[in-house]
Design a protein around this ligand. Structure first.
Ligand code: HEM
Length: 322
């Protein structure tokens, strides 16, 4: 792209691949290309699983050998063997990565091979869903889209990056000071939390206000509903307004516990700091090199595929910043 020139880019798929690359390197080290193969299969599995209606499911329906369940089982077997092949390849390697850490835990925890294998495969799947799709959705797509729609905030964030880094790559010192970008990310996660539902199971009979909750009941917390409630965020709850976070979450709303982009309690997101850092680095790099606006061909249509995804991708008009 020449200085001053502009080009239309469908950023969603490119950024998804970038995300797979980052998390594959972090998880699988030098085997990241094989990691990407696994991520690709898991993506297909994610789409197949999303066809189930979470809230209106009949108990046991996932055990019926119909076409959709057979497809899911086949994919699960394929992912299982791919992960185990990768584990065999990685055995004996000296490098320290997440996969090696999972292998060591499995060795310590389980004496049975079957249980150890399920533990390894389940953890690899969790990292994919938890670490790859979420971050991808949160920033590469939604942050860029919201900044493209709000040039005022885009200019402000770029000015901050330029002031802190000049022509240099952001480092640990400058990243810590990026207040505007942090506010933009927080506000994006409020309006578009990548994990729209947090689930829990009641471990015992309990009462919650006037509700009686029996043991074993599945509880689904609709995060976007809490994040857009005017009683909590004020009458401008639906508006993109990053400066509501200028003094942190506590001052941004009347009930800070209702801000749940990374979940809550003991099972809260393990990758929160990693994700925030990754978000800030990539956004600052993009902002320092390009300005962008939304293409007229962009069609806003979020769909639920276990995560909220833009059905037709995200098209931006991108210009080089001189
Ligand atoms: C913007 C990016 C991200 C968002 C919005 C996000 C959000 C979430 C949410 C909502 C949960 C469920 C928490 C709960 O049930 O209370 C979760 C769990 C988890 N996340 Fe993230 N996540 C992100 C990035 C990452 C990354 C980059 C990693 C790993 C490198 C990661 C690893 C995990 C893991 C392992 C869990 C399961 C924790 C457990 O069950 O104990 N996440 N995340």
């Amino acid at each position: 792209m020449e200085d001053g020139g502009e080009v239309e880019i469908e950023v969603y798929e490119d950024l998804r691949n970038y995300s797979a690359d980052v998390i594959s390197r972090a998880c699988f080290g030098s085997s990241y290309l094989r990691g990407e193969e696994i991520f690709f299969k898991l993506r297909v599995l994610q789409k197949a699983l999303a066809k189930h209606n979470l809230l209106a499911e009949i108990t046991g329906s996932r055990l019926i050998p119909n076409k959709s369940n057979r497809e899911i089982w086949k994919l699960e077997r394929e992912v299982h063997s791919l992960v185990l092949e990768l584990v065999k390849e990685g055995k004996g390697l000296e490098e320290k990565n997440l996969l090696q850490a999972i292998l060591e835990s499995a060795k310590e925890e389980f004496s049975s091979l079957d249980k150890a294998e399920s533990f390894i495969v389940d953890n690899c799947k969790s990292i994919y869903f938890a670490g790859h799709e979420t971050t991808h959705l949160a920033w590469r797509s939604r942050c860029l889209l919201l900044l493209a729609l709000h040039p005022y905030w885009q200019d402000l964030a770029r000015a901050e990056v330029t002031q802190l880094c000049g022509t240099l790559t952001p480092d640990a010192h400058s990243l810590q000071k990026m207040k505007i970008l942090t506010m933009v990310i927080q506000e994006t996660l409020r309006l578009y939390p990548p994990g729209p539902i947090i689930s829990r199971e009641s471990l015992g009979d309990m009462e919650l206000g006037k509700l009686r909750i029996p043991k074993g009941l599945g509880i689904y917390i609709p995060v976007p509903t809490l994040h857009r409630d005017p009683d909590i965020w004020g009458p401008d709850a639906l508006i993109f307004k990053p400066d509501r976070f200028a003094h942190g979450v506590t001052s941004a709303c009347t009930l800070p516990q209702a801000y749940l982009p990374f979940g809550v309690g003991a099972r809260k997101c393990l990758g929160q700091q990693f994700a925030m850092l990754e978000l800030t680095i990539v956004l600052s790099l993009i902002l320092s090199r390009f300005s962008f606006s939304v293409s007229q061909t962009y069609c806003h249509s979020p769909v639920y595929n276990l995560m909220l995804e833009p059905e037709f991708g995200i098209k931006l008009i991108v210009r080089k910043v001189c």
